[in-house]
Design a protein around this ligand. Structure first.
Ligand code: ADP
Length: 464
């Protein structure tokens, strides 16, 4: 079985969020049980020398929508996993992964290149991820290709919506502009191609698979997804337990395991030194994430005044929408125990996971979420809104992993109550340490999920 795993971002080459982490760790795990090749864009900002990325094969052209696009391929092998990089100037001459006016065309180029490579590389199954590669399923269908496809939805909120006219430049016939195919309220929706034309659809948690078929979480596609629910399945993500391992993490100050969790304090002291925070022994709460509505950042901002009167420190690391960034900057100036660090900082995030006592994750919706799993691994107790993958990976007792604090209603009062509950837990040292140790033993590795994907690949191929 030969699998091509296609993603618009793969850690460590490019990353905007959890998709890159999954596109790194899932193929790594799958490579132990089947032949797998990654494919991702060769964005210009990726440092080829640093990662030892080298040219691979001859240039070739792909033609669609009356235009020809030149493709160059690059390659890198890391930890036994082969990654191919697709270069085309429209796709790759950018400073950030997304947010260009021509994103649909950019990832159209990527999708046609992937489709062509499925033939050239003798691929059996192409694993597509999110809207950026969804068009591949349609292109394969149009070409009556024997290559099967599986489409994973990591976040339904991003759908690749563009003007009606884009259809022509993407080389897609007008007959696909109807509600049963790519039309979405008078526009083109590329994600719909993955839903309608792939052999199987997965989402990154079981609860999210159910949620997206409801009006509340369906982002306008609940009816469409319900139609295809017979091929939709939820498989919970995992994390790379080697990359996220307090025992030998190179970027934290002091390594530790369940036998010496007191070393978390040394990390915290170092973290305070680094961030110029007055050293205190109070409980440390952290938030790490993109500053967008999804992450419930507004809820946090609403309770910061109450937080300022509580015995705790709160560090928030993230970047995103300007109003949140400005608001947090202001509030962190106003309140002594609130500290906002603007930016995306992989190393600092590790140090925060290692230093903190609690992770605050009040997401409005959450397909899976990785932070709560990473936090558990570093002995940091998650506080989560009980939704999507958070519902499936955080529990209020020790029957299942991880143990944390959950609240059901998305409301600032509920979050505040959860934080007070956390402080009570923190005061009872014995109980607190019991939870920390329990969480550090949780198995959030990708092994189980990789096996489930592998079984699905086999099932799809058997159906032929
Ligand atoms: P999403 O994909 O919706 O952004 P996930 O929880 O699935 O959220 O994954 C987020 C990943 O990105 C985690 O590895 C998290 O630690 C990391 N991350 C998010 N924001 C930052 C940041 N500002 N600095 C460092 N790492 C971050």
């Amino acid at each position: 079985m030969r699998v091509l795993f296609a993603s618009s971002e793969i850690f460590p080459y490019s990353k905007s969020g959890g998709l890159a982490d999954v596109a790194y760790s899932l193929p790594l795990e799958l490579s132990k049980i089947c032949e797998i090749i990654n494919i991702t864009p060769m964005y210009e900002f990726i440092d080829k020398d640093k990662f030892n990325i080298v040219p691979f094969s001859k240039k070739f052209s792909i033609i669609f929508g009356g235009d020809s696009y030149e493709i160059e391929l690059f390659r890198c092998i890391k930890k036994g996993v082969d990654t191919l990089f697709v270069y085309n100037n429209i796709l790759c001459e950018v400073n950030s992964l997304y947010g260009q006016d021509n994103d649909c065309l950019r990832f159209g180029v990527f999708s046609y290149a992937i489709s062509k490579l499925t033939e050239l590389l003798g691929i059996d199954i192409v694993h597509l991820n999110d809207w950026h590669t969804a068009l591949v399923a349609l292109v394969l269908k149009k070409r009556k290709s024997s290559v099967k496809s599986i489409f994973t939805i990591h976040n339904l909120a991003y759908q690749g919506i563009c003007k009606k006219e884009t259809l022509e430049s993407l080389g897609i016939d007008k007959s696909y502009f109807n509600q049963e195919a790519l039309e979405f309220y008078g526009k083109v929706n590329l994600l719909k191609a993955g839903i309608a034309y792939s052999n199987n659809i997965t989402t990154v948690s079981q609860t999210y698979a159910k949620e997206i078929q409801t009006k509340e979480y369906g982002c306008g596609l609940d009816g469409f997804l319900t139609k295809y629910s017979y091929k939709l399945k939820g498989i919970l993500n995992g994390i790379d337990t080697k990359l996220f391992n307090p025992e030998n993490d190179k970027v934290i100050k002091e390594n530790y395991d369940i036998k010496n969790i007191e070393k978390k304090e040394k990390n915290r002291n170092f973290c305070y030194e680094k961030l110029d925070i007055k050293d205190t022994k109070k409980a440390l709460f952290v938030f790490i994430g993109r500053l967008v509505e999804q992450k419930g950042i507004f809820l946090i901002m609403q309770i910061l005044k109450d937080i300022s009167k509580m015995e705790l420190e709160f560090i928030l690391l993230g970047e995103g929408e300007r109003e949140y960034e400005t608001g947090l900057k202001l509030l962190s100036k106003r309140y002594k125990n609130v500290h906002y660090i603007k930016g995306y900082d992989e190393e600092l995030s590790h140090l925060l996971y290692a230093s903190a006592n609690f992770l605050v994750m009040p997401s409005l919706f959450e397909p899976c979420g990785l932070n709560q799993m990473i936090a558990a691994r570093y002995g940091t107790i998650p506080i989560v809104h009980s939704v999507g993958g958070l519902k499936d990976s955080v529990f209020q007792d020790t029957k299942k992993c991880a143990m944390g604090i959950k609240f059901d209603k998305f409301h600032e009062g509920e979050l505040l109550k959860a934080i007070k509950k956390a402080l009570n837990i923190f005061e009872n040292k014995k109980n607190y340490e019991k939870i920390v140790k329990y969480n550090m033993k949780c198995d959030f590795s990708f092994q189980k999920s990789a096996k489930k994907y592998f079984d699905l690949y086999k099932k799809i191929l058997k159906k032929v």
